[in-house]
Design a protein around this ligand. Structure first.
Ligand code: ATP
Ligand code: MG
Length: 720
């Protein structure tokens, strides 16, 4: 058997991990040391050398995209397909498990996933029904409370208020929330994990089945698992000693979302016979970038401690740019990206601009647009999160399961059919009193003739629509079904009339949804019994996926959090200022400050060849002009590794202020330009987005108001 494709591309420590004979293995190593590579090669080793069947391997990745890549890499190495392997995120795998055992888990067959936006809306409605004031019980806080408890494995029934009024109310809300979700057959993200854990814990037969089936369990980014995920892994593994975990305590960045870096220590305690492998050679970054990152992270007092080295040369210094303000920062970064592409031959997709908060992306977008550099923002609103798409999906969900309150409320009056707020309020009340779904309550209201004539007529229309759609479910394909539902729902006509000028956009998106359904179905396995259910789950789970896919050659913009695991030749870590990074919410808390520093370490270690750190001396933040201090993280970098690229002194830089020349829009037009359209007449350019053939421009027309137009088709001309 030729194992050279598996072992040759590895160093001795990596080989040791990949070929470890039995027993649990923990690979504990710093950034860029090949942990993910080791995990992939380990799977190939298990399949080829240990002769495991693909279906007896379960691997957890950070995103669905990483899962697809992993599978492709293994297939390439082994030159054979590895279908049947369970590879995905914790949420994706828990979902798959629950789909297979919906009855055992006490779920309706058509159970749906509630994404965090849906969850938030549901909580708001619940607070209203319970007559709780949002100002005192902020829905975000309630959402956080519930998710945190679930991540710790706690249900409302497990909680004790200890006589505390606040706790008592929270538990009451949690309790109502659980009931509403159960009635609607919906599961939030945290519930997927909790339910999967409970099912495995309480059913020895199922436990036995999976323990026998999965001969190997592998986890990437183990430092960011939470309590319930770790508990689930332990249950799956039992005493089979078949865990292979890779992680880096210095890169734990999801503590704020319940991840427990202590799991690394707990693991070594819970499984004392674990073989620990350390990888110390970094293959990603230059010596200088690595030394700077090492120096930064050394300031964290609570770490397991490890050093990284590289055979690579020192390379360029880390470059620091002190911008005059945030606009200057954006222009500087865009200009350096342009240079990198033009002079160093980088592809655009090899350049990444990283920031702490999503709000920072806009100025980088404008600056890139001005230079005609196409880009993509990751982690922004994804396709499946757009309002019109969620409306259409809500209809599809009702088709699958009309008791789904979240979906029902979403489209009860979208498009408007005369179901007013008072009627909705009343139905909600009825549903709550009768402890039934909204769908049930509204049917009851119709039977009992409980509502005024107008409302009754409108409701009847809605019920007839949903019933008709449900009866017509047997469409030959998912795409046909989606198309039929969209057309019957009246959404296209509704959006066409929309006053926000984005009607055409939204119609196109609805068409894209049909296309997405077609593509999804084409990739489905034949045995899939419920294509609609899987499609809806796919929409909910993929919506959370916020990482770059790197296929298009565009500049990559993303938050530091979503850059985890990735690497780019040229990286900008921006906004490195006190209050922004470290974030103001974290500076007073030692452990959160450490997490911010780890985030900075993650950002810096994404860079392969060149790393820029930038900050602004003044920044408009939350509507106010601030003069932030440079981040403390900058002081923690050895001066000899950092080069200050600031060329001018403050004051000399004319034209960098806010009252500078108008920003370019697309197609040679500038914001504020007077234009003429053959049909709509005269107008003024307000905004633009995208580049090339997808560039769109917003114009405020004198005759018809504001409209978004696809530039390539708009036949706009400059007004004389
Ligand atoms: P992170 O902590 O950021 O997730 P990681 O430890 O998972 O990083 P990888 O992404 O697996 O590291 O590897 C970093 C880079 O180094 C990749 O480009 C990988 O292909 C390369 N690499 C890893 N090991 C070797 C090796 N033995 N020889 C050559 N290149 C390697
Ligand atoms: Mg990795």
């Amino acid at each position: 058997m030729d194992v050279s494709p598996i072992l040759d591309p590895l160093n001795p420590a990596q080989r040791e991990a990949v070929s470890a004979a039995g027993g649990n293995v923990l690979v504990l190593a710093g950034a860029g040391s090949g942990k993910t590579r080791v995990l992939v090669h380990r799977i190939a080793w298990l399949l080829q050398v240990e002769q495991l069947q693909p279906w007896s391997v379960l691997a957890v990745t950070f995103t669905n995209k990483a899962a697809r890549e992993m599978r492709a890499r293994i297939e390439e190495m082994l030159a054979q397909p590895v279908g049947g392997m369970w590879v995905g995120t914790f949420h994706g795998l828990a979902h798959r498990f629950l789909r297979a055992h919906w009855q055992d888990a006490g779920l309706p067959q058509q159970f749906q996933i509630l994404d965090s936006d849906d969850q938030f809306r549901l909580i708001r409605r619940l607070l209203k029904t319970l007559a709780l004031d949002e100002a005192r019980w902020p829905p975000r806080q309630v959402q956080g409370y519930i998710n945190k408890r679930k991540d710790e494995g706690l249900r409302a029934a497990h909680l004790d208020d200890g006589g505390d009024f606040f706790e008592q109310q929270m538990i009451r809300i949690y309790c109502e929330y659980e009931e509403t979700c159960t009635r609607g057959g919906v599961l939030d993200f945290a519930e997927l994990l909790l339910r999967a854990h409970e099912l495995l814990r309480e059913r020895p037969d199922i436990q036995h089945h999976y323990r026998t089936r999965f001969r190997a369990l592998l986890v990437d980014e183990f430092q960011d698992t939470n309590a319930i995920q770790y508990a689930w892994l332990r249950l799956l593994s039992g005493d089979h000693n078949n865990l292979f975990l890779v992680g880096d305590d210095d890169q734990s960045i999801y503590g704020w979302r319940g991840a427990k870096v202590e799991n690394i220590q707990s693991f070594q305690r819970d499984y004392p016979n674990t073989q620990v492998v350390r990888l110390e050679q970094n293959y990603r970054s230059t010596g200088t970038i690595l030394a700077a990152a090492n120096a930064l992270i050394a300031n964290n007092p609570t770490r397991l401690g490890k050093e990284l080295w590289t055979e690579d040369g020192a390379g360029d210094p880390v470059r620091l740019y002190a911008a005059f303000n945030e606009i200057d920062e954006a222009r500087f970064v865009a200009e350096r990206v342009r240079q990198g592409c033009a002079e160093s031959g980088l592809r655009r997709s090899e350049c990444a601009i990283l920031y702490r908060t999503t709000a920072q992306s806009r100025l980088f977008e404008e600056a890139l647009m001005q230079l005609g550099l196409p880009y993509r923002v990751y982690g922004g609103q994804k396709f499946f999160e757009r309002a019109e798409i969620k409306d259409a999906l809500a209809y599809l969900r009702l088709l699958a399961h009309p008791e789904d309150d979240a979906a029902c409320e979403r489209v009860l009056n979208v498009p408007p059919r005369g179901i007013g707020a008072r009627t909705v309020e009343r139905l909600r009340h009825e549903a709550r009193e009768a402890r039934c779904s909204l769908w049930h309550a509204l049917n009851q209201a119709l039977v009992g003739n409980l509502l005024p004539a107008r409302a009754t007529g409108a409701l009847r229309q809605f019920v007839e629509l949903i019933t008709r759609l449900r009866e017509a479910r047997d469409q030959p394909t998912l795409a046909d079904l989606t198309l039929q539902v969209i057309e019957a729902s009246g959404l296209p006509a509704h959006y066409e009339k929309a006053k926000d000028g984005r009607g055409i956009d939204r119609l196109e998106n609805l068409e894209q949804l049909v296309e997405a359904a077609r593509r999804f179905e084409a990739e489905l396995h034949d045995e899939e019994a419920d294509p609609l259910g899987s499609f809806l789950a796919h929409a909910a789970l993929e919506a959370g996926d916020t990482q770059a896919d790197g296929h298009e050659d565009v500049v990559q913009l993303m938050t530091l959090h979503s850059a985890k695991g990735l690497e780019f030749p040229l990286v900008f870590v921006t906004g490195v200022e006190e209050g922004l990074f470290p974030h103001s919410l974290s500076v007073d808390d030692a452990s959160r400050l450490e997490e911010e520093r780890r985030l900075c370490y993650v950002g810096m270690t994404r860079a392969m060849r060149q790393l820029y750190l930038t900050y602004a001396e003044t920044r408009r933040l939350h509507g106010r002009e601030e003069a932030p201090m440079p981040s403390r993280f900058l002081r923690e970098l050895p001066a000899e590794l950092v080069e200050d690229v600031r060329a001018h002194r403050r004051g000399k830089r004319a034209g960098l202020g806010r009252a500078s020349a108008p920003m370019a829009a697309a197609g040679g037009f500038r914001l504020g330009d007077q234009v003429v359209h053959p049909k709509f007449g005269r107008g003024v350019v307000l905004n633009s987005e995208g580049t090339g053939s997808s560039a769109r421009i917003q114009v405020n027309f004198e005759a018809v108001g504001s409209k978004w137009l696809v530039l390539a088709y708009a036949r706009l001309e400059r007004a004389e």
